[in-house]
Design a protein around this ligand. Structure first.
Ligand SMILES: Nc1nc2c(ncn2[C@@H]2O[C@H](COP(=O)(O)OP(=O)(O)OP(=O)(O)O)[C@@H](O)[C@H]2O)c(=O)[nH]1
Ligand SMILES: [Mg+2]
Length: 302
């Protein structure tokens, strides 16, 4: 029997649940999730097997109206993730419906005219009543020729199996793209930095999470089987450093603890995590900061 393998890009507004869906499809947390918008910054691949079909899910940053250089690079990464895929799944939040942001994405899809298969996944159905879903399905299908519509809850798991089965059949015939037991292709150093950024985003308020970036500086395998990991948290301003550190360093300490616990679970071994906060006013304009998180700096140029 022949195998199938291909790429499925998940696109949508920030917070639609793309990373949550990727993690559920893969069966492990490879992409960070928060209740805040613009959590994912780059394309993150997760690999799922369904019968003889390998589906490489591409999680993308949310599509929004970009203001900063970083925002533009994120949105460019999202659209190019879609362009490279065999199937695109547009995720919509059921309770928010067709927002202005969704309308703009639909325009973007129509303009591309790529001939790609585009499916609609109405997510967070746990938050609305059934009649709302029917109206939304009708409305959206009148606006764009979706190959299929799914109603799902990425968080609770409803409808996700149907979507996976359908996608498996849509993948082109061909050999597997990754070993069958591989679930992600992000370097461990990057996953580790993302975990820390997730904990920071959950703990810090307002704009601060958008003004910082995390990089893994060193990773040392110890003789006793543990890993010693040093990370740098770049902030844009002096004042931000104090906030990230917190009173007597308690904020960064709590972040470090939460990140370490999750890393240990992920790596299944002991981790020594060291976090350092560095003020770097220009980091949002430094191309190395972009490549470190998997973005292309030149994508953000106007
Ligand atoms: N109620 C409900 N919440 C969900 C569901 N799926 C995701 N969420 C929540 O929605 C929020 C955003 O989820 P993410 O997966 O980070 O969303 P995203 O689309 O990756 O967001 P960006 O990375 O910012 O573009 C989180 O708080 C999730 O727990 C769902 O099916 N139901
Ligand atoms: Mg995300």
């Amino acid at each position: 029997m022949s195998t199938r393998a291909g790429f499925t890009a998940l696109i949508g507004e920030p917070n639609a649940g793309k990373s949550t869906l990727l993690n559920r499809m893969v069966g492990a947390k490879v992409s960070i999730v928060t209740h805040k918008v613009q959590t994912t910054r780059a394309r993150i691949r997760g690999v799922a097997m369904e019968g003889q079909s390998q589906i490489v899910f591409v999680d993308t940053p949310g599509l929004f109206r970009p203001r900063r250089h970083l925002d533009r690079a994120m949105v460019a990464a999202a659209w190019s993730g879609a362009a490279d895929a065999d199937v695109v799944v547009l995720m919509i939040e059921a309770h928010r419906g067709v927002t202005e942001g969704v309308e703009r994405i639909l325009e973007g899809l129509a303009q591309r005219d790529s001939g790609q298969t585009v499916a609609l996944a109405i997510n967070k159905i746990d938050r609305v009543e059934a009649p709302v879903l029917l109206g939304l399905t009708k409305d959206l299908n009148a606006r764009f020729a979706f190959a299929k519509t799914f109603m799902i809850s990425a968080e609770k798991g409803h409808g996700v199996d149907d979507l996976r089965t359908w996608l498996a059949g849509e993948m082109p015939e061909g050999p597997y793209l990754y070993p069958e037991d591989q679930i992600a292709d992000l370097p461990m150093r990057m996953i580790a930095a993302e975990i820390t950024r997730e904990k920071l985003t959950l703990r810090l308020h307002q704009e601060l999470p958008y003004q910082l970036t995390v990089e893994t500086e060193s990773w040392e395998e110890k003789k006793d089987g543990s890993a010693r990991i040093e990370q740098l948290i770049y902030v844009a301003r002096d004042g931000h450093k104090g906030i990230v550190l917190g009173k007597k360093g308690e904020t960064v300490k709590a972040v470090g603890l939460a990140a370490r616990v999750e890393l240990e679970e992920f790596l299944d071994r002991k981790v020594h995590l060291f976090l350092q906060v560095k003020v770097r006013p220009g980091w949002l304009e430094e191309s190395e900061r972009y490549s470190a998180i998997g973005l292309d700096y030149s994508d953000g140029k106007t």
